[in-house]
Design a protein around this ligand. Structure first.
Ligand code: DC
Length: 222
């Protein structure tokens, strides 16, 4: 039987970096479900579809194919109609688009089986917003990973500056706050801690300490 670990939490809490490192240490496959929403968001912007137009999004979903694959290093690669869009979906615009499109019920339904199928056949650490509450409610271990908005914005700011992007901290903080609001106030599958999830707050600790924390939580419970 396969084992599933669900890691949920707000944008910029370090979920993907921490989950990826923990998966490597524990020999699990890491699945970043935000990439799927970002890919549907990219498809919508390419098609000129506003992410609030339910009907237009529904007909877009009938036309596109989103696939989750892995490269030779074991890293996740997302394909949109066969094209590797893994890097294209990482811009701040794509983040905002993903946040809006993820509130549409048909988008969530469209991506649900894809996520569940991955967990059926593999030992996975899956990160997202609703993994412990909706996608894998029977996950063996659930973690809610969070940090203060200012700390999350500062980390994202440093990352983007490192990549040579010209960004303002205030804009990033306001994006983080808007996304938190969107993600936790949408009607369907909002971001919230599952009753049986362990809370991990990384505001005061660095990346290495956060990885250690998560690996220890998993080891203690498995
Ligand atoms: O984790 P991320 O920042 O790449 O996610 C992008 C957007 O997708 C985020 O604003 C919320 C949404 N999302 C979601 O609704 N459910 C998930 N399981 C993962 C992401």
């Amino acid at each position: 039987m396969s084992i599933a670990i669900a890691i949920d939490g707000p944008a910029g809490a370090g979920k993907s970096t921490i989950s990826k490192a923990a998966a490597k240490r524990l020999g699990f496959i890491y699945i970043d479900t935000g990439a799927l929403y970002r890919t549907v968001g990219l498809a919508a912007s390419r098609a000129g579809v506003e992410p609030v137009e339910g009907k237009a999004v529904d007909s877009l979903l009938e036309k596109i194919k989103v696939e989750l694959t892995f490269n030779e290093k074991g890293e996740q690669v997302v394909l949109l109609d066969g094209e590797d869009v893994s890097s294209l979906i990482r811009t701040p615009e794509a983040s905002m688009m993903a946040s809006k499109i993820s509130a549409i019920p048909s988008v969530r339904a469209y991506l649900l089986d894809l996520q569940r199928d991955m967990a059926k056949t593999n030992n996975v650490i899956m990160d997202g917003r609703d993994i412990g509450t909706v996608v894998l409610p029977n996950a063996e271990i659930k973690i809610f990973l969070t940090a203060a908005p200012e700390a999350r914005a500062k980390r994202r700011y440093d990352e983007l500056v490192e990549k040579g992007m010209d960004v303002k901290y205030e804009d990033i903080l306001s994006d983080v706050i808007t996304r938190d609001y969107n993600d936790s106030h949408r009607e369907i599958a909002p971001l919230k801690q599952a009753d049986d999830a362990v809370l991990a707050d990384t505001t005061e600790i660095n990346l290495e300490q956060s990885i250690e924390l998560i690996v220890n939580i998993i080891k203690e419970r498995s």
